[in-house]
Design a protein around this ligand. Sequence first.
Ligand code: HEC
Ligand code: HEC
Ligand code: HEC
Ligand code: HEC
Ligand code: HEC
Length: 182
Amino acid sequence: MQRIFLGAIVVVIAITAGVTGAKNISSKYIFSEIAPTQPINFSHKIHAGDNKIACQFCHIYARRSKVSGVPPVQRCMGCHKVERVDSPEIKKLTSYWINKKPIPWIKVYDVADYIYFPHNRHIKAGLRCQECHGPVETMAKVRKENELVMGWCLECHRNREFTGPDGIKRSGPKWDCWDCHI
Ligand code: HEC
Ligand code: HEC
Ligand code: HEC
Ligand code: HEC
Ligand code: HEC
């Protein structure tokens, strides 16, 4: 068991060494093709782009909790009781509302189950959504901009400040395995 774990560490060191060695690493994690077809053709470009609705108007939990979450149907109906009611997509939306059914959105970002990723810590540290999710306000369909692999997390953590358990801000590579591995 111990040997397997040490083996893993060696692999990790090899991976992370590779990460620091490369200059233009970020592009390695970009995965632009992935954009699932959603049950309703919801466009971030129309809402967050053209109509400039703030991200956190819909993703209300991003700064408050571990998950960001997608908005409940109620949030959509605040506008779509009057907006575009004749469109087939809005008719679909309205039928979820009338039947009190949640919309079965397909997840785009999903980190491995053994990883702890607290959204709120990241937002409170002042990171913009776009740093991790790309220019969502230009996307007709949300696609995955970054693969959620360890190198991607570490690349940023290495170069950023973080607030330690004592409340003091530090910069640099002080990140324990157990900060993320649960
Ligand atoms: C703050 C108001 C607002 C909210 C909240 C809102 N929308 Fe919209 N929605 C709009 C506007 C404005 C348009 C664009 C209408 C246009 O350009 O003709 C639109 C367009 C759309 C369209 C395209 C309709 C068509 O076929 O032309 C869909 C689908 C849609 N919204 C779904 C949703 C869903 C799903 C939600 C909830 C997650 C939502 N909207 C929340 C204002 C809103
Ligand atoms: C009008 C409501 C609304 C606004 C405003 C909005 N979103 Fe969304 N967002 C949604 C809905 C509904 C979904 C689920 C459907 C989808 O993936 O397109 C979603 C999905 C997402 C996802 C993918 C979640 C997953 O499945 O992993 C990300 C990332 C995201 N939004 C980021 C943003 C960012 C960043 C902004 C601001 C630039 C923003 N959203 C503004 C309603 C909204
Ligand atoms: C530091 C990187 C980072 C930042 C900044 C960030 N996200 Fe995320 N986001 C992620 C990761 C990683 C996941 C996958 C989490 C999981 O699977 O548990 C995710 C998942 C999501 C989801 C899917 C639902 C969920 O909570 O799992 C939505 C929606 C979302 N983010 C919206 C936003 C919005 C809106 C902002 C800005 C207010 C934002 N994110 C800022 C990394 C980030
Ligand atoms: C774009 C930069 C960026 C990316 C990408 C990023 N993080 Fe972070 N993360 C930060 C910053 C900055 C903080 C410090 C927040 C603070 O000071 O409270 C942080 C804090 C954390 C914490 C809290 C640590 C603690 O002391 O409790 C965890 C856990 C974490 N990140 C996990 C992850 C995971 C897992 C990923 C990849 C899926 C990831 N992060 C990707 C910037 C990032
Ligand atoms: C900033 C967050 C973070 C830290 C710190 C971190 N990991 Fe990871 N680790 C991840 C994520 C995210 C994955 C999931 C990768 C995936 O799903 O592909 C992962 C995956 C792994 C894996 C599985 C192999 C793989 O690449 O998929 C091993 C082994 C591992 N980590 C070991 C470690 C060790 C040992 C440390 C301490 C030196 C460490 N990790 C520190 C985020 C982190």
